[in-house]
Design a protein. Structure first.
Length: 268
């Protein structure tokens, strides 16, 4: 084993992890779609997570780097990346970092150093751990806000005021069933409270989820209804399947898996 592999083994055995490392090969990737949001902001929707590139004087800042073939496709499209923001230290959001060897600044939420090494391995470990609201001046303002709740305490939300774009990461999935195994400490009350608080604070026009198309307030409202419905005791697939005809991620997410996940949520 190399150093990164030893640390991953030691960390998993002795300290545990809040987010499981999931085999890249087992993760189906959604088709990637490129969309301009104006003011040098380009969204890449699909793969294993949604990403955004922001240009500034020939350089690019990349928010999330995706994984697998989606990461390679973004790498072919976005050159001269000097800054990366990973909304979460998970392979879905950060595996593509390996392509950007010249990136000098990498931002991530509040993780213990060993946890970062366990996830990033031989790739460059982030050199900026964001523990408080941070603004990056990139020709336009980029706001990074770490979440403090138990379920999402390591996650970052990103807000771009010029285009009123809010990247919510795992807080929001748009008409795609969430991968609930990413959230071992499910608490629907906490989830809804954090989501509604962030939306109220920024009041965005463009809402970018972890997965699914760019949404609006109506889409978020539908997601809130979904969380409430599947977390109810006695929630049944046969009833809710008519209401939520959303996209599955094969083997990882479905309406049935969502209902099952919330059966163990004592706070529902």
């Amino acid at each position: 084993m190399n150093l990164g592999e030893w640390i991953r083994f030691f960390y998993g055995i002795t300290l545990g992890t809040s987010t499981p490392l999931i085999d890249i090969g087992a993760r189906p990737l959604r088709n990637l779609e490129k969309k301009s949001l104006g003011n040098g902001v380009t969204a890449f929707i699909g793969g294993a997570c949604n990403c955004v590139a922001i240009g500034n004087n020939g350089k690019n800042l990349l928010i999330n780097s995706n994984m697998g073939s989606a990461a390679e496709e973004i790498f072919q499209s976005v050159t001269e990346v000097s800054h990366i923001v990973n909304q979460k230290a998970h392979m879905y959001f950060s595996a593509g970092n390996e392509f950007y060897t010249d990136a000098r600044d990498i931002y991530v939420g509040r993780y213990p150093r060993l946890r970062l090494i366990s996830v990033f391995g031989d790739r460059k470990v982030p050199n900026h751990v964001v523990s408080e609201k941070t603004e990056i001046d990139w020709g336009q303002k980029i706001i990074l806000e770490p979440l403090t709740s138990g379920m999402f305490e390591n996650n970052l939300v990103v807000y771009l005021p010029d285009t009123k774009t809010l990247m919510l990461g795992d807080l929001f999935y748009n008409r795609v069933f969430p991968i609930f195994k990413m959230h071992p400490n499910l608490n629907v009350t906490e989830w809804l409270s954090v989501l509604e608080s962030v939306l109220s604070k920024y009041q965005p026009d463009n809402i970018i989820p972890a997965e699914g198309s760019i949404g609006n307030a109506r889409d978020v409202s539908a997601f809130i209804d979904f969380l409430r419905d599947i977390s109810l005791r006695g929630a049944k697939t046969s009833i809710l399947s008519e209401k939520y005809k959303w996209e599955n991620i094969a083997g990882l997410s479905s309406l049935e898996l969502g209902i099952e996940a919330f059966k163990s949520d004592k706070n529902a």
